[in-house]
Design a protein around this ligand. Structure first.
Ligand SMILES: Cc1cc2nc3c(=O)[nH]c(=O)nc-3n(C[C@H](O)[C@H](O)[C@H](O)COP(=O)(O)O)c2cc1C
Length: 215
């Protein structure tokens, strides 16, 4: 299956922070990439359901803390598996808050930078924020943690809203059929029920509401 092929892609490990409503917020992301050098631009892909997505959209800014191999797994647990909607996740994570209100993690990270969003691209599940770094740390310390290190050395996992999430083998996903053209939706990464109401049949363009659960 082509979705298994994508597990061969390489990534880094980052904490993406943004000014919240009552407190700063951050989540773990493996999808920070450099787009170009001149002008210097980066991109990050953040799920629509993550509070961080809302925070970045509201403030137009985000920080990237580049995790190192020494960054504790507890930091990834705190920021990557709970939502800022449920409380201040940074309470137990050492951090500083920039003048702009966005947090920078201070748990053995390699370096950090602050970005201003210059463009966004919406996909069915994620917003890709394209941004220009405008400030950052002077030095780089330690060895950046890779996603491979997280999965194979720390034996970490990716939760549902991570782009690299793969459902457990035994998880059976229902199939849905378009009553107009008979196209069957059976994506193993996004259950049909989690698609937005604006989603349309990729074959005939019929609305999501005409789909029926397959037998
Ligand atoms: C290893 C790992 C990688 C992740 N990568 C991403 C990512 O690139 N984009 C994303 O939206 N969420 C990613 N997540 C999931 C978010 O960190 C997670 O859903 C978090 O609870 C969101 O918190 P928030 O609701 O406070 O924003 C990742 C989580 C882990 C553990």
């Amino acid at each position: 299956m082509y979705d298994k092929i994508l597990t061969s892609l390489s990534y880094g490990m980052f904490a993406v922070g943004a000014k919240g409503i009552t407190a700063p917020n951050a989540c773990i992301a493996n999808t920070v990439i450099q787009i170009s050098s001149y002008p210097m631009t980066v991109a990050v892909s953040i799920n629509h359901s993550n509070f961080t997505n809302e925070c970045i959209k509201r403030s137009g800014e985000f920080t990237v803390s580049v995790l190192s191999e020494n960054t504790s797994g507890a930091v990834i647990g705190a920021l990557g598996f709970t939502s800022g909607r449920d409380g201040n996740k940074l309470n137990n994570v050492r951090h500083k808050i920039l003048r702009e209100g966005a947090p920078v993690i201070q748990e053995d990270i390699c370096c950090w930078f602050l970005c201003k969003v210059v463009n966004t691209v919406e996909t069915v599940t994620h917003t890709i924020f394209i941004a220009e770094p405008v400030a950052g740390s002077e030095t780089i310390k330690g060895k950046p943690m890779t996603y491979d290190f997280y999965i194979n050395s720390i034996k970490g996992k990716s939760p549902k809203f991570a782009p690299t999430y793969i459902p457990e083998e035994e998880e059976v996903l229902d199939k849905y059929t378009c009553t107009i053209c008979k196209y069957e939706y059976s994506n193993s990464l996004i259950p049909f029920t989690e698609l937005p109401d604006s989603w349309i049949c990729p074959i005939c363009g019929a609305p999501k509401s005409v789909f029926r659960k397959s037998d």
